[in-house]
Ligand binder design. Structure first.
Ligand code: AMP
Ligand code: MG
Length: 404
């Protein structure tokens, strides 16, 4: 497994170096322009971007950061310069493309990659110096004061734990560690181990002190795991960096969490591919036409291992202790904020189609697309005009009715 990780890292490094000097069409859950029809909007040209950084503004990046140089494209269609850079961080492939009048400076990407690194170092439960690790290490012992960002993220996580009645649970850490899916230690645990890990889960046993921003896990052995919402939260933070620096048109892709900033400079929508859960990394089931939106997918294809013909994937059900097995293979959420899309994609996946669809219909601020193990695609009403199917292996049903 370690070897596999090394090969993967090498592949990423090769992809990054190959991308220098050429525009790579991105794969699923990411922007793709190849098959979308074009809807002409008002031609305004790229009017944004200053790229002004003070000389003494330096963003200290880790020495071993895997990262590309800028790819710069003079794009006739959007009448803008597209500057893109890629990196490998938070265990995932990242691509940022900025559309502006001029080439975006390296420092903008430095700041973005620095922001990602800074969050990862605070949020990852697997980094010993992280804030989350400090909370976990002090479980059953004492509260730990945390930064405003982490406080906000934990509060967000708790809203999803509450709305899903614990099907999404930010204290799922012991179970995630036990299964180790996506790591060298992945295995099917014994039932006694699963029972012991499940006994350590329970978001009700998080004690929060708003005055001190301190977090206390009441029982020793409890562990926070914010992996289901961290990428969305970080994507939102990157969008803020881009806007703060005066850029209004960009697309952010954190390993399939895609967040669009504004429209394209000519007012065109962004075309974001929805990954084919049964296909390879560049296969899609269709395209979503988005403006200033986030699209996040959760699915059984992301991290998994197969044993005796059974697929064990990384979305776990805290009530069964096992990877969630229902008829869903993937779920995609369109929302304004990426943290909401990320939290909901995992929550709704564990809820299953019936409950998740019913929940999605109660929210007019999100749209959801479901793919089932019978290759059927269902989506909430708002996607009827937004989703363009491209894959004949799938039957596009549209609205879901429970009897089906
Ligand atoms: P995502 O890819 O956004 O669906 O998030 C999956 C990640 O969230 C996993 O790798 C775990 O770290 C964590 N996770 C898995 N199952 C759950 C769950 N039921 N509730 C909260 N977090 C989970
Ligand atoms: Mg998620």
């Amino acid at each position: 497994m370690k070897g596999r990780l090394a090969i993967w890292m090498l592949c990423v490094a090769l992809i990054l170096s190959a991308c220098q000097g050429s525009v790579s069409e991105q794969t699923t859950g990411s922007e793709t322009d190849s098959t979308a029809e074009t809807e002409k909007g008002v031609e305004t040209g790229g009017e944004t971007g200053t790229g002004i950084y003070a000389n003494d503004e330096v963003f200290e990046l880790p020495g071993d950061l895997i990262r590309s140089n800028s790819t710069v494209v003079d794009d006739n269609k959007t009448q803008s310069i597209i500057t893109s850079q890629e990196s490998y961080q938070i265990g995932t492939y990242i691509k940022i493309s900025i559309y502006a009048d001029e080439q975006a400076p390296d420092k903008l990407f430095d700041e973005i990659f620095y922001t990602i690194d800074d969050y990862e170092k605070r949020i990852s439960k697997n980094i010993e110096t992280s804030e989350v690790d400090a909370i976990n290490a002090a479980a059953g012992i004492e509260p730990v004061a945390v930064s405003d960002d982490l406080w906000a993220l934990i509060l967000q996580g708790l809203t999803y734990s509450e709305l899903s009645d614990g099907k999404f649970d930010i204290t799922i850490g012991p179970l995630v560690d036990l299964w180790g899916i996506g790591t060298d230690a992945a295995r099917i645990p014994a039932q006694t181990e699963i029972d012991a890990a499940m006994a350590m889960i329970g978001y009700h046993d998080i004690e929060l002190d708003a005055a001190n921003h301190s977090v206390y896990l009441k029982r020793e052995g409890m562990k926070l795991d914010l992996g289901a919402i961290a990428k969305g939260y970080i994507a939102d933070a990157i969008k803020q960096v881009i806007l703060n620096r005066g850029y209004a048109h960009a697309i952010i892709n954190l390993g399939g969490n895609v967040l669009t900033v504004g429209t394209k400079p000519n007012s065109d929508y962004w075309s974001v591919g929805v990954r084919d859960p049964n296909g390879g990394q560049s296969d899609i089931v269709g395209i979503l036409k988005l403006r200033d939106n986030s699209i996040v997918s959760s699915g059984i294809y992301e991290r998994f291992f197969i044993e005796n013909g059974v697929r064990y994937h990384h979305i776990l059900n805290p009530y069964t202790g096992y990877p969630e097995q229902n008829h869903l293979v993937s779920i995609s959420i369109v929302s304004e904020k990426s943290v909401d899309g990320d939290g909901l994609s995992t929550s709704l996946f564990v809820m299953g189609l019936d409950e998740a669809y019913a929940y999605a219909e109660t929210r007019d601020d999100i749209e959801v697309l479901f793919i089932t193990d019978e290759n059927k695609i269902y989506y909430t009403d708002g996607l009827a005009e937004v989703f363009v199917p491209t894959n004949t292996l799938y039957e596009v049903v549209g609205a879901y009715t429970k009897s089906e």
